[in-house]
Design a binder for this molecule. Structure first.
Ligand code: FAD
Length: 346
């Protein structure tokens, strides 16, 4: 085993609401965890798909937005000092002879974990790609689906495809420093915030940006990078645009991805579990939240919270075999108060 392998009692794959709450339930039982997500932010669907929309069915909270729920969960798990590894997609899970697991990510981070909690929701979110044959060969050079380092685009001919918030935000943010900025969308109406649309139109009026209505239908390259793209308008007219950087923001699509290859008993795009421990067919691997299936399963956040509590008790029995796991109340348990970092009232 490599010397920089991270050892942990519990490894949670997926930092959506259920994965975050798993940190809490494990923490109450004295188990410290590491938690991973392929996205650069926590919150899963709540953060990616509906941060501003109201949720009305979290017990005890009459209404909160997706973002508020994730903020509250993050506050709730603070006392337990979990380590969050964001922007890390888990690729491999390999059971070891002693019942533990080696887990590897796309960035080659390696974990040795006693128990695994798969909280992968509907899978890891991947950017929707431009559907043009062989364009994927240029993703390591000048075709981008995320912007990591905005400075690298100064003084470049930039073409941005898409009509939502990300496309608009980056067009506005990068236009001033770019050599040229063209935003391409198949309709004249954008889906993003009106304030950003107004900023973009002002940049177009001042000649700092240009809007082209249409769809990409071809590209040219010099073997190393894309050099130009052809945009087809609805009336069949074509425009060729020079390219130093081609960016596409078509949104994110969930993909079960590597989870499908770990030997788990799958049920379409979900993982079969029992309803006592929410354990999969591999002992020591639990699955909670939207990713699991059992008769009667409802893909609701509150279902995942319940599953996290029972899976934590089952994991405790594996991590400390032979030790009885008692149910304690957070209201009255001094040991839980200690773990939560709160004072016990006498
Ligand atoms: P997710 O939120 O899907 O999070 C899973 C995380 O795992 C993701 O961040 C993903 O990137 C990560 N992941 C997956 N695979 C990997 C991998 N291999 N490596 C690393 N990371 C990985 N539910 C309610 O209860 N009430 C509501 O009102 C409600 N409203 C909703 C409104 C909308 C528009 C939508 C889309 C859903 C709504 N839901 C609601 C459903 C709710 O959001 C889900 O039940 C909940 O998000 C499931 O949480 P989760 O933690 O299981 O998974």
């Amino acid at each position: 085993m490599a010397t920089d392998t991270i050892k942990t009692d519990a490894l949670i794959i997926g930092a959506g609401p259920c994965g975050i709450f798993q940190v809490f339930e494990l923490g109450l039982l004295g188990i410290k965890s590491h938690i991973l997500d392929s996205l650069p932010v926590v919150g899963g669907q709540c953060a990616e798909l509906y941060p501003d929309k109201p949720i009305y069915d979290i017990p005890g909270i009459p209404m909160c937005s997706g973002e508020e729920l994730i903020d509250a969960l993050m506050k709730q798990v603070e006392p337990f000092g979990a380590t969050f590894h964001l922007g890390e997609e888990v690729l491999e899970l390999t059971p070891q002879d002693d019942g533990s697991f080696i887990v590897k990510t796309a960035k080659e981070t390696c974990f040795h974990a006693k128990t695994i909690f798969v909280a992968g929701g509907v899978g890891s979110f991947q950017p929707r790609r431009i559907r043009l044959a062989e364009l994927e060969n240029f993703e390591d050079s000048n075709v981008h689906y995320r912007v990591r380092n905005p400075e690298q685009f100064a003084d470049k001919d930039i073409v941005i495809l898409g009509g939502g918030d990300s496309a608009l935000d980056w067009a506005v943010a990068l236009a001033e420093a770019a050599k040229s900025m063209t935003i391409v969308h198949r309709r004249p109406e954008f889906r993003g915030a009106q304030a950003t649309v107004d900023q973009l139109m002002a940049l177009c009026d001042s000649g700092k940006a240009r809007f082209v209505e249409g769809k990409i239908n071809a590209f040219a390259n010099d073997g190393e990078k894309v050099t130009s793209v052809t945009i087809a308008g609805s009336s069949g007219d074509e425009v060729e645009l020079p390219v130093d950087a081609l960016m596409a923001f078509f949104g994110l699509a969930p993909k079960l991805g590597p989870i499908a290859d770990w030997g788990l008993d799958l049920n379409r795009k979900t993982v079969n579990v029992d309803t006592e421990k929410f354990e999969t067919n591999i002992p020591g691997v639990f699955a909670i939240g939207d990713i699991n299936y059992y008769p009667g399963k409802k893909k609701l956040i509150l279902s995942g919270f319940h599953e996290a509590a029972l899976a934590a008790f089952a994991a405790k029995a594996l991590i400390e075999p032979g030790k009885k796991v008692h149910l304690q109340y957070t209201t009255t348990s001094p040991v839980m108060h200690q773990r939560l970092g709160v004072e016990t009232e006498n």
